[in-house]
Design a protein around this ligand. Structure first.
Ligand code: PEP
Ligand code: MG
Length: 854
């Protein structure tokens, strides 16, 4: 196995092996861009490192030394030589994980090299600064010595960094680690590689991977690259530039730089950088060259690029390029613009957008009216678009997912990643538009304001002062990632709306996709919203949810708890009237599209009265004693309510219930037809376990439907189908499929019944399954392809024995991009999901189609 590559030996298609950084550097080398030479230790070597018990084996060491030899020849510099080779050592996973892993600069420095460097550069201050930085970074990253300790040392020694200062720093290293500072460049390099491999497993990297669903086993590559010195003199510097504005998507270069600085200064947000356009005046030739490189890189990679560069004595070097993180708004604008510019095809544009961040676009902006009267507290930089409202919290640990919060920090560090992911929005006092906070928030599609220097945080009092206003932790603020404005209190939000670019983009997706996207909607409000987002009818109307609104819950309770024929008849008639009206209203909105109505499936424990007051009210409604209600409630209690008297079990024991619902559906449909609306109701039976059960219920339903047709002297088209929610139903899908017009996989219950995991309770222990790598994804969010998915696939194959059958899915997985990919692969006809996820589903369906069409 080859473990170490020269830049010359790689290219962009080798990103899985060389990491994003390594692959892109190799590619830049291929197209002759100015990049410092280097070598890449592959992700395979990293995997081997973990497999063999975290040791750098002899083969790897030998290969590294062999390639360093070649690097020395290529650069004309040598480790510890007269013209010394100094290198940066950086992590570089196949997927971008900004700031999550470690970097060491200026490696190769020792006491002898310092002398040679001074001789070469004739600048002692610069050389000692390099040496000191190296010791500090190496100590922190390789030995875990806190940077604070070095800051204190710096404070105590105030003044120029010189030989004596370096001795003190090395002493500190020695005291803290119990070892002498390594003088050999090769030893330094091996120690650094070792610690970069280890950083793959640090807590913040693990959290980032979990949040972004990045494969734990991917491993990181290590890039060892010849140093160029942005801190050499006033005509040197370092910066980051995006080929388009990552916040708005506008076609203009966007970024910042600092003169006389090294790379880390800019990403860490410690020194405030200048906007990139200012470079035009300071170093016009470099600026012109940078513009050319930016253009080449965007055209070559056919995507917006995030580029790191260093200028050494007026000479430009590119250190890294990658596809830039961007706000959802910018993602759509860039994709649409690039198609119009002829840079990419529509299909390429669709694949570029991460469908998971789209919901952010649906959360709108602040109401104009509300802004007029709002109290503006201050303003920072618009770091990441969107708006957010929440209670101020000054520490990531105190961000809770039960409350809407805005995390306000001096500056964010990778340790804040968890808090950032839960908070509604983020504000930082320091840091520019490319600082850690902004980059990570943008990636999360989360509203963020950076660099709001008007804020003074008092950690002890847990309050902040913005321009004289004191805001205490727990008070509400509203923030805008479009303007950088921070307001007091809660501002009203606008209705989500499509802008032109999004509309155009979604239209492309609609035209390309094969899967239909329907919505799970139980109310008129849901139906209107989903329709606006482009849902093609309703894939699941949960009739029991219709009773959650207003005071309707009492009607269903009355039905569940009624015993004698008189009580039952009264309860049924109430349900009939209520539901007919509800169905009519929904049918009218959906018009000619499909509405799949699922017959009652109430796990009884969710509906029975629990509190004393509720029981008393129930007793009054039914006209019986409180004791009688308590008795009936006790009798109805299931030990395993999810496997209890629910779904079509109710229809087997009490057929009149489904008959009433079907009557309401058909009557509402006929009423619509009379008004000229060609409705398409489809009736769905939940939780079936076999064909005999289904036929028993279906026979009753058809009898009732015929009755209604006769009474009304009019007929409408309708279909009868079933949910596939039990393993037995999937195994016997050929038998069931012959008897129905459609299958709809209820993957919430199917996951529950297949895995034997309760959909309500498993959250208590399932996190341990991820921690211990037993499960990779949450099975109730992303379909467990290997297990539950296998059953779905089998049922699809068996069910297709009925050539006219339609098949879809209406569990939560219907709005999950990864699951949608699976449903495309196995040839379902539609997915159905909640209205806010319809857009994600449309885009994911188009992406899946493009990926698998061949
Ligand atoms: C399902 O089980 O996947 C489903 C859609 O039904 P419910 O969530 O209502 O049980
Ligand atoms: Mg279900």
């Amino acid at each position: 196995m080859k473990r170490v590559y020269l830049f010359d030996e790689g290219n962009k298609s080798m990103i899985n092996l060389l990491g994003g950084k390594g692959g892109n550097l190799s590619e830049m080398k291929k197209i002759n861009l100015p990049i410092p030479e280097g070598i890449i230790i592959s992700t395979e070597a990293c995997k081997e490192y973990y497999k063999k018990g975290k040791v750098l084996n002899e083969e790897l060491r030998d290969e590294v030394l062999e390639q360093i030899n070649k690097l020395e020849k290529l650069t004309g510099k040598k480790f510890e030589g007269e013209k010394p080779l100094l290198v940066s050592v950086r992590s570089g996973a196949p997927v971008s994980m900004p700031g999550m892993m470690d970097t060491i600069l200026n490696l190769g420095m020792n006491d002898k090299v310092v002398e040679n460097m001074i001789h070469l550069f004739k600048n002692e201050d610069f050389v000692f600064e390099l040496y000191y930085r190296f010791i500090e970074m190496f100590s922190e990253i390789v030995m875990g010595i806190e940077r604070e300790k070095f800051c204190k040392l710096k404070e105590n020694l105030s003044g120029k960094i010189d030989k004596n200062f370096i001795e003190k720093a090395k002493n500190l290293y020695c005291i803290e680690s119990g070892e002498k500072f390594p003088e050999s460049a090769k030893e330094q390099l091996f120690m650094a590689i070792n610690s970069i491999f280890n950083s793959w497993e640090n807590e913040r990297a693990k959290t980032y991977r979990k949040l972004n669903r990045i494969d734990e086993d991917m491993g990181t590559a290590v890039v060892v690259q010849e140093m160029v010195f942005g801190n050499l003199n006033d005509e040197s510097g370092t910066g980051v530039v995006f080929t388009r504005n990552p916040s708005t998507g506008d076609k203009e270069i966007f970024g910042e730089y600092i003169l006389k600085a090294q790379g880390e200064d800019i990403v860490a947000g410690i020194r405030t950088p200048e906007p990139i356009v200012a470079l035009k005046e300071k170093l016009p030739e470099v600026y012109e060259e940078l513009l050319k490189v930016v253009d080449i890189l965007e055209k070559h990679n056919k995507d917006m690029q995030d580029i790191e560069f260093t200028i050494e004595d007026k000479k430009l070097f590119i250190l890294q390029t990658r596809n830039g993180k961007r706000t959802p708004y910018a993602a759509i604008k860039i994709a649409v613009d690039m198609v119009k510019e002829g840079l990419i095809s529509k299909e390429e544009a669709i694949l570029k957008v991460d469908s998971k961040v789209l919901p952010q676009l649906l959360h709108g902006n602040f109401e104009e009216k509300a802004l007029k009267n709002a109290i503006l507290l201050g303003q920072g930089l618009a770091g990441s678009a969107g708006v957010a409202i929440g209670r101020v919290v000054f520490s990531s640990e105190r961000v809770h997912n039960k409350e809407m919060t805005i995390l306000v920090r001096e500056e964010t560090s990778p340790e804040d990643i968890k808090g950032m992911s839960i908070a509604q929005g983020i504000v930082t006092v320091k840091g520019g538009a490319t600082s850690h906070g902004a980059v990570v928030a943008r990636g999360m599609g989360k509203c963020c304001i950076t660099g709001c220097g008007e804020i003074k945080i008092d950690e002890i009092k847990r309050e902040m002062n913005i321009n004289g206003h004191i805001v205490k932790e727990g008070e509400f603020i509203s923030i805008s990632g479009y303007t950088g404005n921070i307001y007091l209190g809660k501002l009203e939000l606008t209705e989500p709306k499509f802008d032109k670019n999004l509309e155009e983009f979604v239209n492309w997706c609609k035209n390309i996709k094969r899967l239909k996207v329907r919505m799970n909607a139980d109310t008129v409000i849901d139906a209107k919203l989903g329709k606006k987002f482009g849902a093609e009818g309703i894939g699941l109307c949960r009739t029991e949810h219709m009773f959650f609104q207003d005071n309707k819950i009492w009607t269903i309770r009355e039905m569940i708890l009624s015993c004698n024929p008189k009580e039952i008849d009264k309860a049924l008639e109430n349900i009939h009237q209520l539901q007919r009206k509800d169905f009519y209203n929904i049918f009218k909105i959906i018009g000619n599209d499909v509405v799949i109505v699922r017959l009652l499936d109430p796990p009884l424990h969710e509906f029975l009265p629990k509190e004393q007051e509720e029981k008393e009210k129930m007793a009054k409604i039914l006209g019986v004693s409180l004791r009688e209600i308590e008795k009936r409630t006790r009798e109805l209690k299931d030990e395993n309510p999810m496997l209890g008297h629910r779904g079509c079990r109710l229809a087997v024991t009490r057929p009149e219930l489904y008959n009433t619902q079907v009557r309401a559906i058909i009557e509402a449909g006929i009423q619509c037809k009379k008004e000229g609306i060609d409705v398409k109701p489809e009736i769905m039976i939940p939780l079936v376990i076999g064909a005999k059960e289904l036929l028993f219920i279906k026979k009753n339903l058809i009898k009732e439907i015929k009755k209604v047709f006769e009474e009304q002297n009019m007929e409408i088209d309708y279909k009868i189908g079933t949910m596939m929610e039990t393993p037995r139903a999937c195994l016997l899908a050929d038998e069931i499929g012959k008897e129905v017009d459609f299958f709809s996989f209820g993957t919430n219950d199917l996951t529950q019944t297949t895995m034997g995991l309760s959909r309500d309770d498993s959250v208590k222990f399932i996190p341990k399954y991820y921690e211990n790598n037993i499960l990779k994804v949450e099975p109730f969010m992303t379909i467990d392809e290997r297990g539950v998915g296998k059953l779905v696939k089998l049922a699809v194959e068996l069910g297709r024995e009925n050539p006219n059958i339609e098949m879809g899915i209406c569990g939560e997985h219907g709005g999950d991009p990864k699951s949608i990919e699976f449903f495309e692969k196995i040839g379902l006809d539609y997915v159905s999901c909640s209205p806010f996820r319809v857009l994600v589903a449309i885009v994911s369906a188009a992406q899946s189609y493009i990926k698998y069409k061949n």
